[in-house]
Structure formats: structure tokens, C-alpha cells
Write a protein that binds this ligand. Structure first.
Ligand SMILES: C[S@@+](CC[C@H](N)C(=O)[O-])C[C@H]1O[C@@H](n2cnc3c(N)ncnc32)[C@H](O)[C@@H]1O
Length: 211
């Protein structure tokens, strides 16, 4: 394995049982941050950022609405939001190295925070949340949907992706339906769509409205 593939290799090998090991996850992104954008394009063919923002834009038109990008990473979602005219968005991520690269990509504020714990964000403070590439192998499970719901206003929109590999095995499918059945949110859209095209992995793209 060449040195410059180390971060991606570690990412590929994560599993959720170890995700509670925050140090391991932080190490992956510390090693990968500087090459993340290039690997996304060249090795993974990741299209989740533009795809998510396009879908989000079908439901959210107000460019001034206050948006939070949870697990913002290097800010690729922010770049897509800017392209579609959004101008009021913050980002939060567990990795300082990833956040450092997101600086200058349109975010009003960038915060350090862990979605597996309580995020350092006020309750009901955002009109919408995006969460792209975070519900995946070894990162965050469906039990943390509650934290996204906490920070978004009633009637607000949450738009997130789930790697198809973990959609059923981690219980995302059941959790999404359950939260609708107990009136936490209304599902507006679920579709399977290209996610990492060079790895032939699809993503489940969901849009929900908080009730
Ligand atoms: C695959 S990257 C996606 C980054 C960005 N959203 C994108 O689409 O390019 C996953 C991101 O989630 C962050 N992350 C992983 N676990 C997290 C957690 N528990 N809380 C907050 N961020 C987390 C990682 O640091 C990383 O930046």
C-alpha cells in the first residue's frame, strides 16, 4: 500500500463496533484530510455531495435559511451549497484536520463536535440540516438521528445519505420508519442513487420534515 492511500485504506476497514473508539476514527481522518478531496474524485468517484445538495434544493428554496452541515469534512457540501446560491450555512465535524480544509468554503461558522455525543449547538436553532457521508461503515448509527432532530426547528428539513451497505444491517431502514410512526418526522423522499461510482456503491438519499 502506498503511503498516500493510507487514509482511504483505514476508512475502508472501519466497522461500527469500533466507531465508539473515537481515537481510531480521528486517526483515519487526520491521516486522510489532505488527500480526501483527491481520493473522493480519483479513487472513489464520490458524487454524494452534489447529489444531496440537488435533492435538498428540491425541498428548500430560501437561500437565506440557516443550515447546518453535520460531518462537513473538508467542505465539499459547502461548495455545492454555494453553487446553488445558499449563503447562510454552518458546518460541524469531529475532525479538526478536516475542518481546517473546510475554511474558506462558504461556511459562516465551523464547529468541532461529535454526533455520537451531544453536539455543541443550541436546540431548534437551524431551519435545515444536511448530513452527507456520515451514516456509513464505522461512523454513526441510526440512534443518533435524535441529535439531528434536536437542533432543527419544527417543520425544518433534514437531508441525509446512508451508504447502501449499512442501510439495513445497521437498522437505518427500521429507524426511519419508526421515527415517522411516532411522529418525530415525516418522510418526504427516499431514493437510491449513485454515491461512490468508482466503487459501484449506491447511497440511500433521505429527506425528512421535522414535526
Ligand atoms: C466520508 S466523510 C464526509 C465528509 C463530507 N460530508 C463530504 O460529504 O465530503 C465523513 C465525515 O464525517 C465526520 N465524522 C465521522 N464521525 C463523526 C461524528 N461522530 N461526529 C461528527 N462528525 C463525524 C468525519 O470526520 C468526516 O469528515
Amino acid at each position: 500500500m502506498s503511503e498516500d492511500k493510507k487514509g482511504l485504506k483505514l476508512y475502508d476497514n472501519l466497522d461500527l463496533s469500533k466507531s465508539k473508539n473515537e481515537d481510531e476514527l480521528l486517526g483515519v481522518y487526520k491521516d486522510w484530510a489532505s488527500l480526501y478531496d483527491k481520493d473522493n474524485d480519483d479513487l472513489l468517484g464520490t458524487v454524494s455531495q452534489p447529489n444531496t445538495v440537488q435533492i435538498f434544493h428540491e425541498y428548500i428554496k430560501g437561500s437565506k435559511l440557516k443550515i447546518i452541515d453535520v460531518g462537513c469534512g473538508t467542505g465539499l457540501v459547502g461548495l455545492e451549497l454555494q453553487k446553488l446560491g445558499f449563503s447562510n450555512f454552518d458546518g460541524i465535524d469531529i475532525s479538526q484536520e478536516m475542518i481546517n480544509i473546510a475554511q474558506g468554503r462558504g461556511y459562516s461558522s465551523l464547529f468541532l463536535g461529535n454526533l455520537n455525543k451531544s453536539l455543541p449547538l443550541e436546540s431548534i436553532s437551524y431551519d435545515a440540516a444536511l448530513c452527507v457521508g456520515v451514516f456509513t461503515h464505522g461512523h454513526v448509527g441510526p440512534e443518533r438521528f435524535s441529535e439531528l432532530v434536536r437542533i432543527v426547528k419544527p417543520e425544518g428539513i433534514i437531508c441525509f445519505t446512508i451508504n447502501e451497505d449499512v442501510y439495513e444491517s445497521y437498522g437505518f431502514d427500521i429507524a426511519i420508519k419508526r421515527l415517522e410512526s411516532i411522529n418525530v418526522w415525516k418522510v418526504l423522499d427516499i431514493r437510491k442513487h449513485d454515491y461512490m461510482v468508482k466503487k459501484n456503491v449506491k447511497g440511500i438519499y433521505c429527506v425528512v420534515k421535522v414535526t
